[in-house]
Design a protein. Structure first.
Length: 167
């Protein structure tokens, strides 16, 4: 299923549909789960589905959604949108990094962290998604593209404990 969603996402990207239209379509579908059910229903005729799509969605994404409906993949639309976002970021060299912290870093510290991630993951741009995590005791953890950079006090205490146990 992920492969299918990924293929649809790449097609969506290649169609040059505006990012705003993709975001708007996703919001409409998330806010109206019954709409997804109606578009997925085999009872609703394809022509009615097309009329609904024409009335609700922005012009540059209408045909894409119609094709997704026609091929019976509308229930996978949120996976497609997620894959689209990932693929778009990959093409543009953008890395989304999750930053877990105890004390919120200053703007200057955030810029240094972004520079660190850029260098380590060969990215053009880094977007930080910040989450407070008091259980780290101090320091921070960055997770991005399957990598984990753990500079937390909790991790350092574990390492020290392992060292002491070995003696």
């Amino acid at each position: 299923m992920k492969n299918t969603s990924s293929n649809y996402a790449k097609v969506l990207y290649q169609l040059s549909v505006s990012n705003e239209s993709v975001i708007e379509a996703e919001e409409v579908l998330r806010e109206n789960p019954h709409l997804v059910k109606a578009l997925a229903s085999p009872v609703v005729p394809v022509e009615k589905k097309y009329n609904i799509v024409d009335k609700i969605f922005p012009g540059d994404i209408k045909n894409f959604i119609k094709v997704v409906c026609k091929n019976g993949r509308i229930t996978e639309i949120f996976d497609i949108f997620l894959e689209y976002k990932n693929y778009s970021n990959e093409v543009k060299g953008i890395v989304e990094a999750n930053l877990y912290y105890v004390e919120k870093p200053t703007e200057e510290q955030q810029e240094r962290l972004k520079k660190f991630v850029k260098k380590r993951l060969n990215a053009k741009e880094v977007v930080l998604c910040m989450t407070e995590s008091p259980d780290l005791l101090g320091g921070f953890v960055i997770e991005a593209k399957g990598h984990r950079f753990d500079r937390s006090y909790k991790n350092r205490l574990k390492a020290l404990n392992r060292k002491l146990v070995r003696r």
